[in-house]
Structure formats: C-alpha cells, structure tokens
Ligand binder design. Structure first.
Ligand code: ACO
Ligand code: ACO
Length: 150
C-alpha cells in the first residue's frame, strides 16, 4: 500500500471523493487550491485525501475517503496519519478537519487519531448543499470542527 501525490496529468478519483462530499463543485474548488494524495494497492486506487493550506500555520484535511469494500480495516486511520505527517513535513503547526454532525464513525475516527472538537458551524450543510443529507437516520446539518496541534 503506497501513498503518493496525484500527478498533474492524472484525473482525481471522483468516485472516492464523492463518498466524502456530495458536491462535485466544492470538490473541484478545493482540488484547485490544495493537493490530492492517493493510496494504491495492486495498481488500484483504494483511498484518497485532499489537503489545503488554511493559513500560514494551519493545514486542513478537506476530503478523505476509502473505497467502500476496503473500509473498516485501518486504512482511513493510516490516511489521517499520512496527512498529519505531510503537514509536519511542510512545517504546519496545526491540522484541522470538519465533518457533519451525523458522521458518528468519522467523529470517532478523528478523535481516536487525536483531534479535539473546537467548534460547530451551525447550518453549514443546509446553507451549502441543495439536497438533504442523511446518515444513520440523522440529518446532516451542522459542521463539527476538529483540530490537532502537531
Ligand atoms: N464508534 C466508535 N468508533 C468508531 C465508530 C463508532 N460508531 N465508527 C468507526 N469507529 C472507529 C473504528 O473503531 C476505527 O477505530 P479503531 O481502529 O481504533 O478501531 C476507526 O473509527 C475507523 O478506522 P478505519 O478502519 O481506519 O476507517 P476506514 O478505513 O473505514 O476509513 C473513512 C474511514 C475514511 C471515514 C471511510 O469510512 C470512508 O471513506 N467513508 C465515506 C467517506 C467519508 O465519510 N469521509 C469523511 C468525510 S469528512 C471529510 O472528508 C473531511
Ligand atoms: N450510531 C448511530 N446511532 C446510535 C448509536 C451510534 N453509535 N448508538 C446509539 N444509537 C441510536 C440507536 O440506533 C437508537 O436510535 P433508533 O431508535 O433510531 O435506532 C438510539 O440511539 C438509542 O435509543 P434507545 O434504545 O432508546 O436508547 P437506550 O435505551 O439505550 O438509552 C441511554 C440511551 C440513556 C444513553 C442509555 O444507553 C444509558 O443509560 N447509557 C448510560 C448512561 C448515559 O450515558 N447517559 C447519558 C449521559 S448524558 C446525560 O445524561 C445528559
């Protein structure tokens, strides 16, 4: 399993990116601003994450996803730690990540990796997305912000 930066001539794996974020328009915006990393196994892309500089000292993980049949095997955790390593190598002091109020498993993962909740952006998903997003019977309305000093 190898993590590497997506080359400029390669197409981003939208099928994976759309698992984490249903808005192709938003994905395109942060792909243009940031760096896309992929994880490959046996020539197949099995995971992706996108990192963007928020400001001088802070990098945000904007999108992170693992191919559905490979989830729950520790790959997501590896991707989070890869992103943290990349942030350290590039001299950032803090990593941020945001997810929906309904993303119980994702909130568990990020906290198990060491992130702390710092705030809530009320109505974030209702304001920015046209469709209603539901997960585990919970409507995704607010963004939970998490942060880690590295
Ligand atoms: N309660 C407690 N712990 C939980 C729960 C829960 N409900 N759900 C998951 N976890 C824990 C697991 O126990 C595991 O921790 P452990 O290793 O200590 O046991 C961890 O969370 C999951 O770890 P992985 O197996 O490494 O995760 P996975 O490979 O499935 O990747 C990911 C996680 C990326 C969220 C994947 O499920 C995915 O692609 N989901 C769809 C896309 C998505 O939602 N992406 C994130 C959106 S937010 C954003 O992109 C910034
Ligand atoms: N992801 C998604 N949904 C979940 C999860 C999860 N990880 N865990 C629970 N749920 C959902 C269940 O699916 C269910 O919803 P559903 O009916 O739509 O399927 C709901 O949460 C649980 O409902 P109940 O079965 O009615 O809950 P229960 O009788 O277990 O009572 C309580 C919940 C009071 C929290 C109980 O588990 C308890 O006493 N826990 C120990 C004490 C405690 O933690 N109390 C709360 C502390 S905070 C406070 O006191 C203010």
């Amino acid at each position: 399993m190898r993590t590497r930066k997506l080359e400029p001539h390669e197409s981003p794996p939208y099928d994976l990116l759309l698992l984490a974020d249903p808005s192709r328009q938003l994905i395109e915006t942060y792909l243009a601003d940031g760096e896309c990393y992929i994880v490959e196994e046996k020539g197949e892309i099995i995971g992706v994450f996108v990192v963007v500089e928020l400001h001088n000292e802070t990098m945000e993980i904007k999108n992170i996803a693992v191919r559905e049949h490979m989830q729950g095997q520790g790959i997501g955790k590896k991707l989070v730690f890869d992103a943290i390593r990349i942030a350290k190598e590039n001299g950032y002091a803090t990593v941020e990540i945001g997810t929906g109020n309904s993303s119980i498993g994702q909130l568990a993962l990020y906290q198990k990796c060491g992130f702390r909740i710092t705030g809530v952006i009320q109505d974030f998903f209702m304001d920015l997305y046209d469709e209603i997003i539901m997960e585990d019977g919970i409507q995704c309305m607010d963004m939970i912000r998490l942060e880690m000093n590295i």
